[in-house]
Design a protein around this ligand. Structure first.
Ligand code: AMP
Ligand code: GLY
Length: 425
């Protein structure tokens, strides 16, 4: 089979790595890819958001399966375009991708499906929103409805902070169209986990749970990033919780989407808060998480490709995937200045040595080769190193041992990835 993976991060490198191992794969392409994907696939210089060019490439090359990594192409209708051309896409059409594109849509689906989630109200004008805030006691959460690249959620500890966020979104239009409507939401307390399910429009297959570290600095402080690390499975996530999340959150969401004529095919990512009253939905995403994907896929024993095909073909009913009974931990090496202003062009050394550490895989994020063939950093999250081991603690030790072999001037990583989970084992 000829397969096209869309995207250019470490998540896409991990997908390529898993698909390259399948005996069913004959050709692999990545658009646009990075220096890591280039070693296992042919990189194609098409941006992940250029829907027309991606669809045209898939048609011309008779691609059998397209696997989009990020949400943007799905929200823009890549799956719709490919369906018109009769090409399989392991990702939802634009209607169902609204689960990630609109937080208000997600709340509507949650209400219809009886999915537990934070109480909320929707506003499109500052006056009523501020009046509503005056009746609440902080903390409260202010959310822009649309896609806002991580800048659309403010967990406000004080009323002043909450009011400032309302004004920024609704008065100053700081997020443009994405912030034209907002939600004011109850603040949930507990541990956050990410749960992943492969979906065929009707049925869902559990792909694992993970916890990620979004903040730049140790102790989960500092600015939000695209992710500094992740680990799986989270010690807090029991078999009972898995059954509860699949039965009360994932499957009802699929049923609600199917009832309204927009069945969900692809990878559904539920961001959950494990509250004292049980798991509650924070958000849905319509793709794998990054760096959760890099932590999850190395634990997969089965061939990923037949699973993705079964999802596309509505045949997950008779399907199962097998997982290694091991822990995995992924650490991101970031470029100096990340996330505000990451430095580009730094030369990366030691990747091969790091990759020879037992149980360790090196996934490339922002990397390229320069004219001399040297590996250079081109983005914020430069590499993700994943270690698997019998225990989370051993996985952590292996990941850091491997990171010690890599050199990138000014590059940095958090030394405490996994701390929340390790506190529980
Ligand atoms: P979201 O994009 O909805 O996942 O929000 C980004 C982050 O904000 C989440 O990962 C949570 O850490 C936090 N968050 C979102 N909604 C809530 C909530 N209702 N209560 C507490 N924290 C929240
Ligand atoms: N790691 C969170 C995300 O991919 O959205």
């Amino acid at each position: 089979m000829k397969i096209l993976v869309v995207g250019s991060g470490a998540r896409e490198h991990a997908l390529i790595w898993a698909l390259a191992a399948s005996p069913l794969t004959s050709r692999l392409y990545c658009a646009p890819g990075n220096a890591g994907t280039a070693e296992l696939a042919e990189n194609v210089p098409i941006a992940a958001t250029d829907i027309a060019a991606l669809a045209e490439f898939a048609r011309r090359e008779s691609i059998d399966l397209v696997v989009p990594g990020p949400e943007a192409p799905l929200v823009l209708g890549l799956a719709d375009r490919l369906a018109e051309a009769g090409i399989r896409c392991c990702g939802p059409k634009a209607e169902a991708a609204r689960l990630e594109g609109s937080k208000i849509f997600t709340k509507q689906i949650a209400a219809e499906a009886g999915i537990p989630t934070a109480r909320h109200e929707v506003f499109d004008a500052p006056g009523p929103a501020l009046a509503h805030l005056a009746r609440l006691s902080p903390p409260v959460v202010i959310k822009a409805d649309g896609l806002a690249a991580g800048k659309g959620v403010v967990v406000a500890a004080t009323r002043a902070e909450a009011e400032a966020a309302v004004r920024a979104f609704l008065e100053e239009g700081r997020l443009g169209e994405a912030g034209r409507r907002i939600l004011i939401e109850e603040c949930l307390e507990g541990e956050e986990v990410s749960v992943f399910a492969l979906c065929d429009g009707e049925r869902a297959l559990f792909l694992g749970a993970a916890q990620d570290h979004k903040r730049r600095d140790e102790g989960d402080r500092g600015p939000n990033t695209g992710g500094m690390g992740a680990y799986a499975p989270p010690p807090v996530f029991s078999k009972e919780l898995e059954a509860e999340v699949m039965g009360r959150i994932i499957t009802p969401a699929l049923a609600a989407l199917a009832r309204q004529g927009s069945p969900f095919v692809g990878i559904l990512f539920a961001g959950l808060m494990l509250t004292r009253e049980g798991p509650k939905l924070l958000e849905f995403n319509v793709r794998f998480g990054d760096p959760e994907c890099e932590a999850l896929l190395p634990r997969l024993k089965s061939d990923l490709l037949p699973g993705l095909l079964a999802a596309c073909d509505g045949e997950l009913g008779a399907f199962d995937l097998r997982w290694r009974d091991e822990a995995s931990l992924a650490v991101v090496l970031a470029a100096r200045g990340y996330p505000e202003n990451p430095e580009k062009g730094g030369v990366i050394e030691g990747v091969d040595a790091a990759g020879r550490t037992p149980g360790v895989l090196v996934f490339h994020g922002g990397t390229a080769r320069d004219a001399a063939g040297r590996l250079i950093a081109t983005g914020g999250g430069v590499l993700t190193l994943t270690a698997t081991a019998p225990t989370l603690r051993e996985a952590q030790a292996r990941a850091y041992e491997a990171l010690g072999r890599i050199r990138l001037p000014g590059g940095f990583y958090r030394r405490d990835i996994g701390w929340r989970g390790l506190g529980k084992v």
